[in-house]
Design a protein around this ligand. Structure first.
Ligand code: AHG
Ligand code: MN
Ligand code: MN
Length: 335
């Protein structure tokens, strides 16, 4: 008997989805299983971060020039090792690696998928026991299978994503992932190490009460954005407002809350960061894909995120993401 009556595990769910496509090979289900397995390993480490020597900065600087936390390195290695030893991924682009990691062995070369990821999002939160996440994005290769993946495989428009998801290591650990068919959330039962389908078919409310923006940048953003922040806080102009401000310093946590409750997250261009902070390929695109499938929107202020043709795997992009009406509302101030 199942531990929870009528509730599917992650594996059961992906296999059930697979059966809907008579010609499917099961490779995507296999890849998601690998991601789930890696996430469980990272979860164990996250939970004992305070005890183990894994807490705190590693001391090196990553390719973005930011301090690398030990858990970032650990999670990066876990995801790469798990997927390299599997048969469903030809290579990985990670925030923590300057270049794409191409697996280049017979099994991996035969795979039609590549993965892009932010192994730990919100790493500044590790030391203080606040939510962190993992973000991932899956593409079908444009290069032929049977040979190593190529740089072009990783530089596709977000709209081409086959699947995207995140893991949130919060008060409970959840894996949320989207394919074109829908967004589904799975909560980890720590006692037996299984993800259970706890949030089927997630739809983002068209409007919400939350805005997530690092207010310290108020004086460093464009005038339109300042006016939008004023609007968010306004009692008189904003009939639905004032909105509550929620900002964790972990986009995964902020976007997750907004996905369930309704809201907007934005990280625009600020002084000294003309493209904002977030990385297009493994932060903005996957979150934009999930949000759009759930019925929300994501733009860089001018253009839909998923339409942008990436030029570099580590490029940054401004991001406005969340409930459709709120993103539209923000856009009106940007014009
Ligand atoms: P990462 O930990 O992968 O570097 O990403 C952190 C990101 C994002 O999750 C968060 O919203 C933002 O950086 C916080 O930046 P600020 O401190 O500039 O607000
Ligand atoms: Mn991040
Ligand atoms: Mn990171």
């Amino acid at each position: 008997m199942s531990r929870y009556k009528n509730i599917m595990t992650l594996d059961e769910f992906t296999i059930q989805q697979l059966r809907l496509f008579p010609h499917a090979t099961g490779e995507l289900s296999g890849l998601l299983r690998g991601i789930g397995l890696a996430a469980k390993q990272v979860n164990v480490e996250v939970n004992r971060a305070g005890l183990a020597d894994i807490l705190g900065a590693e001391g090196t600087i990553n390719v973005q020039g930011e301090v690398v936390q030990k858990l970032d390195v650990y999670a990066n290695n876990v995801f790469i090792d798990v997927l390299r030893s599997g048969i469903n991924c030809a290579g990985i682009v990670s925030e923590e690696n300057e270049e794409a990691v191409i697996f280049d062995d017979t099994r991996s070369n035969a795979s039609k998928y590549v993965l892009l990821m932010d192994p730990i999002d919100g790493s500044g939160n590790i030391d203080v026991n606040i939510s962190i996440g993992t973000i991932f994005s899956v593409y079908r290769r444009v290069s032929p299978t049977g040979q190593p993946a190529t740089p072009e495989d990783f530089l596709q428009q977000g709209i081409k994503q086959v699947a995207a998801g995140y893991v949130i290591y919060g008060s409970s650990t959840m894996l949320v992932y989207a394919t074109r068919r829908g967004v589904n959330g799975f909560t980890l039962d720590n006692s037996i190490g299984e993800f259970y389908l706890s949030h089927p078919d997630i739809r983002i409310p068209p409007h919400g009460k939350f805005y997530s923006f690092d207010n310290c940048y108020y004086h460093q953003v464009a005038r339109g954005i300042r006016r939008y922040v004023d609007y968010c806080m306004s009692v008189a102009d904003n009939k639905a407002g004032p909105y509550s401000n929620r900002y964790y310093g972990c986009m995964v946590a902020d976007v997750h809350r907004n996905l369930l409750k309704g809201g907007i997250f934005f990280y625009p261009a600020v002084t000294g960061k003309p493209d904002g902070k977030l990385r297009l390929c493994y932060e903005c695109n996957p979150m934009a894909f999930i949000t759009e499938v759930a019925g929300g929107k994501a733009t860089n202020g001018k253009e839909r995120i998923l339409d942008i043709q990436p030029k570099h795997i580590h490029q940054r992009s401004p991001l406005f993401i969340g409930s459709a009406e709120m993103v539209d509302e923000a856009q009106r101030f940007l014009r």
